[in-house]
Design a protein around this ligand. Structure first.
Ligand SMILES: NC(=O)c1ccc[n+]([C@@H]2O[C@H](COP(=O)([O-])OP(=O)(O)OC[C@H]3O[C@@H](n4cnc5c(N)ncnc54)[C@H](OP(=O)(O)O)[C@@H]3O)[C@@H](O)[C@H]2O)c1
Length: 256
């Protein structure tokens, strides 16, 4: 029988109903993992689980809003009741601001929504993941940041602040748990063709050209190109890597 990289591993993917999370959930399952998909849209969650099962994999969907600590508690209770462990977590759920207002024009409501989802939600999930990984003797965590966690961008102050925060959180937690066999890294995608970019691109048609012009490979990335890198970060192949951001961005940020 073929041995797969994530056979018998229990893997959580937040934001697994679309885009990068969905592609990564499918990729983990195809490598033998038992995948838990957590997000809000039940219809899409059920669809991804069906796709995985149709391909012979194992997955469940647990409806979760990562802004809500009680829902995160329920998520982890359900994971542990079913599997008693969590080997890998991909904290990927996130959102971007649609209106692209300059910093002084961002509303408090929008600021809180972005920060509560991208940064606080990631931290709330990590609290549960780390406490379980400490009990079981180790684990792997990958947090989705962005190339915009490393630079600024016009109209995206709250998003950039949240993703810089995710990188700071990743580095600090990685140091704190380095001797506990828990590795924690950040994935920094460049522009990837997903729902997150489709909406602003429909509103600002020039955005696609701008994204491509800023990317030395002169194209958008595909979600599967991030999934492959996330699986590597969660595998033993990256065993000497922790506390680092991996940039997968078609060459963005390379030239001065
Ligand atoms: N696309 C890009 O160019 C790009 C570049 C750099 C970084 N990223 C990051 O990559 C991650 C995935 O984004 P994507 O591009 O794949 O976009 P996407 O297709 O819009 O996916 C976002 C995912 O996050 C989930 N989500 C949002 N708010 C949530 C909440 N409160 N609770 C639970 N789940 C929530 C969504 O699911 P539900 O709506 O079902 O809850 C969805 O599954 C994000 O963190 C994003 O910031 C994307």
């Amino acid at each position: 029988m073929e041995i797969k990289r994530f056979d018998n591993k229990v893997v959580l993917v937040t934001g697994g109903t679309s885009g990068i999370g969905r592609a990564t959930a499918v990729a983990f399952a195809s490598e033998g993992a038992k995948v838990i998909i957590a997000a809000r849209r039940e219809n899409l969650g059920i669809e991804v689980v069906r796709e995985i099962k149709d391909k012979g994999g194992e997955a469940i969907f647990i409806k979760t809003d990562i802004r809500n600590p009680a829902e995160i508690d329920s998520l982890f209770q359900a994971i542990l009741a079913r599997y008693s462990r969590l080997d890998c977590a991909f904290n990927n759920a996130g959102l971007s601001s649609l209106g692209m207002p300059p910093a002084a024009k961002i509303t408090e409501e929008d600021w809180d929504d972005i920060l509560n989802t991208n940064l606080r939600g990631t931290w709330l999930c990590m609290k549960q993941e780390i406490s379980q990984m400490l009990k079981q003797g180790g684990g792997m965590i990958v947090n989705t940041a962005s190339v915009l966690g490393l630079t600024g961008e016009y109209g995206l102050a709250s998003y950039c602040a949240s993703k810089h925060g995710v990188i700071g959180l990743t580095k600090t937690a990685a140091l704190e748990y380095v001797h506990k066999n828990i590795r924690i890294n950040a994935m920094c995608p460049g522009p990837i063709r997903t729902e997150m970019l489709e909406a602003p691109m429909a509103k600002y048609p020039k955005m696609l050209d701008m994204c491509i012009a800023k990317t030395p490979m002169r194209r958008m990335g595909e979600a599967q190109e991030i999934a492959g890198a996330v699986l590597w970060l969660c595998s033993d192949e990256s065993s000497f890597m922790t506390g680092k951001e991996m940039v997968v961005a078609g060459g963005q940020g390379v030239a001065s």
